[in-house]
Design a protein around this ligand. Sequence first.
Ligand code: ARG
Length: 371
Amino acid sequence: MKATETMDIAEKETLLAEAENFIRTYGREWGEPQADTERRWVEVQREIEATGTYTHTCAELEHGARMAWRHANRCIGRLFWKGLHVFDARGADSEADVFAALERHIEYATNGGEIRTAITIFKPARDGKAQVRIWNHQLLRYAGYASEEGVVGDPASAAFTQVCQRLGWRGEGTPFDLLPLVVQVREGEPRLSPLPEGLAREVPLAHPTCDLFHGFPVKWYAVPIISDMGLEIGGILYTAAPFNGWYMGTEIGARNLADDARYGLLPLVARNLGLDTGTNASLWKDRALVELNVAVLHSFRRDGVSIVDHHTAAQQFSTFRRNEEREGRETTGRWSWLIPPLSPATTDIFHSRFEDRELSPKYVYQQAPYL
Ligand code: ARG
């Protein structure tokens, strides 16, 4: 027997095992009659024998995506996993279809500011090859232009911004230029599409009582839509499955705008607050952080855009853990990601321990297609 055939057999065994595990867990959680589960399992086995893969039903796809959220060890927002809205975009077959589905996702999720959690699931990988990939890290994100004096915009986007420029895109050059969508279908060239005017909701930031930014207009987009992770359900890998929640304030105020390697606004904010930045002991960084986070929460609320503060999010996570316990499931988690970056010890997450075990279905990192 040739080596490749041996590998195929091993791969098929793995797929069968993962599929069986998922089909049975799905049946159990869904309260499906045992006979229906057995019938479905036979059907899946036949499809795998005949074609080397199998096709999830819409209900399996929906529940699988929700389970993957429930299993997301780094996510503090898992209380809402059952409410994830699933768009089945497995029929999208061209770049135009994919762009249309992505625009529909942004529109649905934004919902005039009352953000709805959603995922759009495209065709899964076939024979280990992606059929659809989204090159963006998030559907909405700001460009980062490398220059002599450092990066203008978001340094986290510097490499991807160059990719967009190579594909012919030219941004305005402001620190807050929304990047275009870049998608790839099968082995084709990546295609680029600027976001339609008015589709992406943004929130200009202001502090309720102080002039934090003093002439430097700061804003952030309303919806974080992760678009570069894969979704694995029952041995099937969906390589394009953008999903969103709503923001927790600290993601913007204590990381995106604050980190040295991102917008690095703490010195500016501290100076505008009149703090002594000459000594660590004035706690200027801490005080600037707090006011920056006040500005984020205040501005989103003012504009009627959903956002959660980290204290409330931590309480919601406790409720999630209690719910899971009631269902007889252990909550796995990654402590270093679950604690908020601001005042972590004020939340009970800080005082808890979690097992960082990976359960399936799950969201997985993927190698960036342009690296
Ligand atoms: N931390 C990322 C950002 O600031 C978003 C990650 C997902 N966040 C969420 N609230 N669902 O853009």
